[in-house]
Design a binder for this molecule. Structure first.
Ligand code: NDP
Length: 453
């Protein structure tokens, strides 16, 4: 670690204590940027990094709501408007009990680089609440979403800040929040993305993150002359990203064998087929049940509950060719990464945000794994959100094929940026450096152009 990174991190930690995920995200980027800062002293003298780690605006608010028993509940709401150098703030809302400032700041920080990589004009932001939609009735979720938007509406807008979904925020939650925004503002605008198809949403938006992560992995494999045909794949999570990762893998002839939720995971040695995936979608999106039921329905599958005593995740310890972490941050530690390497995994494509610890990333890089970091590999979701914004502005919906083609082209272009940038800065094949530097340069140059703001 260079002296600059060491000193910068010490200051960052002192100024932002108790935010380990934020520290982790910044440290990873800084490690990549050392060489850029050496070549371009103008970024140092303009204090670009110091400015990038400080949110432009941070909004925290009370979200009171009434549950089905008539009890008043109080949650905390957040929106982090991180960087608007290249466009309006853009990034998802996460509803999960683990949500806190440090987690949202790491997500918002990553989002700035990711959005820049998409080639679309979007700044970075993130938000959410410690509200847990699990086990709540639709009416409770609606009352929460309405209260959340009653405060958030004054800070967002189609040219200011355009939130979307993330963990715990899917079509249902976006619908309730959009309805409340429209009622409060008396405006029908593209203020949120991930909307329903018949009220301004884009085709392929639900699929985009999972499809994009597989498109990215396919590009990585192609650099070694390989395809997904017949490849065994490990997928974690069973939400939006995991479901469409499995769908695209099946379309490309691969054999996905795992899925998980926060209670445990299933391993299906015969492979998760389209019919089995349909069961998962109904289970997770409609019945809102647990992944354990998969193993009760399909006898070829084994369910393993989470064992808090283990210091590794057994999901990552099966023989496979590729891995798609698609649940949450830090779900692959150094031990898991070593298991993946030992089991013959050639490619890892991150559907989730920062799913691999810094030690884990080092193991992938040292072993020359085709490792697609989240900023690049999961940018398909926000890219199609950007396309949804364009369609809303034009008031013209595009066809499924048109959006999918654009998504595919964007993922190819992100892959190319990563490869070319990594090479230009002397680390060929290092997608971490490629993504961090590629995302940084565009934002940093825009910040230089716009003066000290
Ligand atoms: P969903 O809420 O649809 O699904 C999340 C899945 O991950 C669920 O299976 C959930 O299980 C599991 N999960 C969540 N938290 C934990 C945890 N702490 N431990 C173990 N499992 C957990 O979210 P998405 O699929 O949308 O998001 C998944 C990841 O992808 C996140 O990291 C998100 O930031 C990232 N992402 C999402 C994008 C999108 O477009 N949706 C875009 C880019 C990135 P359970 O139901 O038990 O909680």
């Amino acid at each position: 670690m260079s002296d600059f990174v060491k000193n910068f991190m010490a200051d960052l930690k002192a100024k932002n204590p108790d935010q380990p995920e934020f520290h982790q995200a910044v440290e990873e980027v800084l490690e990549s940027l050392s060489i850029v800062l050496e070549r371009h002293p103008e970024y140092r003298s303009a204090k670009i990094i110091e400015r990038m780690v400080e949110p432009e605006r941070l909004i925290m608010f009370r979200v009171p709501w009434i549950d089905d028993q008539g009890e008043i509940q109080v949650n905390r709401g957040y929106r982090i408007e991180m960087n608007s150098a290249i466009g309006p703030y853009k990034g998802g809302l996460r509803f999960h009990p683990s949500v806190n400032l440090g987690i949202l700041k790491f997500l918002a920080f990553e989002q700035v680089f990711k959005n820049s990589l998409t080639t679309l004009p979007m700044g970075g932001g993130k938000g959410g609440s410690d509200f847990d939609p699990k086990g709540k009735s639709d009416n409770e979720v609606m009352r929460f979403c309405q209260s959340f938007m009653t405060e958030l509406h004054r800070h967002i807008g189609p040219d200011t800040d355009v939130p979307a979904g993330d963990i715990g925020v899917g079509g249902r939650e976006i619908g309730y929040m959009f309805g409340q925004y429209k009622r409060l503002r008396n405006e029908f605008t593209g203020v949120l993305t991930g909307k329903g198809l018949n009220w301004g949403g884009s085709l392929i938006r639900p699929e985009a993150t999972g499809y994009g992560s597989v498109y990215f992995a396919a590009e990585m494999l192609a650099t070694r002359g390989e395809t997904f045909e017949g490849k065994t794949c490990l997928v974690s999570g069973s939400g939006n990203v995991a479901q469409y990762t499995v769908e695209k893998l099946l379309q490309l002839g691969a054999k996905p064998v795992t899925l998980s939720d926060s209670s445990g995971y299933i391993y299906d040695e015969e492979g998760i087929t389209s019919e089995k995936l349909e069961f998962v979608m109904e289970l997770k999106n409609i019945r809102r049940g647990r992944i354990k039921e998969y193993a009760e329905e399909f006898k070829s599958a084994v369910y393993t509950p989470v064992d808090p005593k283990l210091d590794y995740n057994p999901l990552w310890n099966h023989k496979a060719d590729a891995a798609f972490p698609s649940a949450t941050q830090n779900e692959i530690n150094a031990k898991d990464a070593q298991h993946l390497v030992d089991n013959g995994v050639k490619a890892v494509s991150e559907g989730a945000n920062m799913p691999t610890t810094l030690d884990g990333v080092k193991i992938f890089l040292d072993n020359k794994i085709l490792y697609g970091p989240a900023k690049a590999a999961n940018a398909g979701g926000v890219a199609v959100s950007g396309l949804e914004m364009s369609q809303n502005s034009q008031r013209l919906p595009w066809t499924r094929e048109e959006v999918d083609q654009k998504l595919h082209n964007i993922m190819k272009s992100i892959h190319k940026t990563c490869v070319d940038t990594a090479e230009r800065f002397g680390t060929p094949g290092n997608y971490v450096n490629g993504a961090n530097i590629g995302g940084f340069l565009k934002v940093a140059d825009a910040m230089l152009d716009q003066g000290v703001v």
